[in-house]
Design a binder for this molecule. Structure first.
Ligand code: HEC
Length: 149
């Protein structure tokens, strides 16, 4: 039968676009599920998520910048020195000794990321995070480029 092979070749020819369409649908579904998961995480429903109770409160830099000596150093001393002063477990090999102004200033964007993202101090480290006015002052000073004022 000369025509017997023709339908199967046709079937193969249509099956390629069909497979493509199927994988596109699968991809779209996957993206939708991933998106839904991201949205539900953003809502902070998971208690193990470190960002669950982290406020979105990034300030802008006001004219009256908080003073490093008066306002900020005591905050860093209370919340960061336990690990980021000489001998502390957070100092590491690249100088995260935040008892030194220059070390803190040099890492201001990393520090801003960690404090704003509520990832430092670490949740399980036994040191409380700065909250309220302390958090606001620290974030404001960092957003103002951490001056030695
Ligand atoms: C309980 C101990 C502890 C406290 C308190 C703590 N840290 Fe840390 N920090 C660490 C450790 C340990 C590391 C190193 C983590 C690593 O290398 O993976 C670290 C790393 C960092 C880093 C570098 C992160 C990076 O990869 O860029 C920054 C910035 C930082 N801490 C800022 C702070 C600030 C600011 C405070 C105070 C608000 C603070 N930390 C309080 C333990 C602490």
């Amino acid at each position: 039968m000369p025509h017997s092979s023709s339908p199967s070749r046709d079937a193969k020819r249509v099956s390629a676009p069909a497979r493509w369409a199927l994988s596109t649908v699968a991809l779209a579904l996957f993206a939708l599920v991933a998106f839904a998961a991201a949205v539900s995480c953003g809502g902070g429903s998971s208690p193990s998520d470190p960002g669950a109770n982290c406020p979105s409160d990034l300030p802008s830099c006001p004219q009256q910048v908080p003073s490093y000596a008066v306002d900020i150093k005591p905050i860093v001393e209370q919340h960061c020195f336990p690990c980021h002063a000489p001998g502390g477990i957070g100092v590491g090999t690249d100088g995260r000794d935040f008892s030194r102004y220059d070390a803190l200033h040099a890492r201001q964007s990393a520090v801003l990321n960690q404090v704003y993202g509520c990832t430092m101090p670490p949740a399980d480290g036994g040191v409380a995070a700065p909250v309220g006015e302390q958090r606001a002052a620290f974030l404001t000073w960092l957003v103002c480029q951490s001056p030695n004022n």
